[in-house]
Design a protein around this ligand. Structure first.
Ligand SMILES: Nc1ncnc2c1ncn2[C@@H]1O[C@H](COP(=O)(O)OP(=O)(O)OP(=O)(O)O)[C@@H](O)[C@H]1O
Ligand SMILES: [Mg+2]
Length: 221
């Protein structure tokens, strides 16, 4: 489902060059739930952002769902990202001025779809995360765990094939963290969504199909 071949990422500033990923190879199969662990600064977010086409590698090849993505132009990449990928971040990234349901509908605005259909799909996604009764709330009126459930609803509303989650339970206590983990496990099992999750929590990682560890921009074997 995801093939990374000899991926390197160098960040350059005026004074310093950082090799965030060092000739990394990784393949993730369809339907797999992969977790990524490693110390702070080892390149986990960089790797996820490259898989998610948020950031470009300095070198290497990426294939997602059989498509050689780096040959795409910006517009085509944006469309591909919108249709195939869903993102979940540690700090939720919700838009505070929009209601819960409007936040969830956002990814659908980039598709040709009537407003009724958008609303129906957004409600369905909120049902899946158990938050239909908070539809009209605003993010500021929700708990951390609820905010993350809204973010998951937004990630799944477009029925992506792949979910990329960067420390999705990092800002939550263990009870809320476990709830989020249960939702991700269910999505992986029932909807066969491929999931790649960065985590600092061994207990969460143990529940997934496979764990890889990074150190200094490459996998530790
Ligand atoms: N935009 C950037 N400009 C320059 N250097 C960067 C940039 N983003 C990341 N880096 C550097 O690349 C390395 C990898 O960063 P990354 O964010 O991938 O780490 P991480 O494993 O996600 O860490 P954490 O667990 O703290 O989130 C770090 O040394 C970081 O300082
Ligand atoms: Mg990170």
């Amino acid at each position: 489902m995801i093939e990374l071949e000899n991926i390197s990422k160098v960040y350059r500033t005026k004074t310093i060059e950082t090799l965030a990923l060092d000739n990394m190879n990784l393949s993730v199969s369809q339907g797999e739930f992969l977790s990524i662990m490693g110390p702070s600064g080892c390149g986990k977010s960089t790797l996820l952002n490259i898989m998610g086409l948020i950031d470009e590698p300095t070198q290497g090849r990426i294939e997602i769902a059989g498509q050689n993505i780096l040959n795409y132009n910006g517009k085509k990449i944006a469309k591909f990202r919108n249709e195939k990928l869903g993102f979940i971040f540690q700090s939720f990234h919700l838009i505070n001025d929009l209601s819960v349901i409007d936040n969830v509908e956002l990814p659908l605005l980039y598709r040709r779809m009537g407003s009724k259909e958008r609303r129906r799909l957004a409600e369905e996604a909120l049902v899946q995360v158990g938050l239909k009764n908070r539809m009209k709330h605003f993010p500021g009126q929700l708990s951390g765990g609820q905010k993350q459930r809204v973010a998951i609803a937004r990630a799944i509303v477009g029925q992506p094939e792949i979910i990329l989650a960067d420390e999705p339970t990092g800002n939550l206590d263990s009870v809320m963290g476990n709830e989020i983990m249960e939702i991700l496990l269910r999505l992986n099992k029932e909807s066969k969504t491929t999931i790649v999750m960065v985590t600092h929590d061994e207990n969460m990682a143990r529940k997934t199909n496979r764990l890889i560890r990074l150190f200094d921009g490459n996998q530790v074997h």
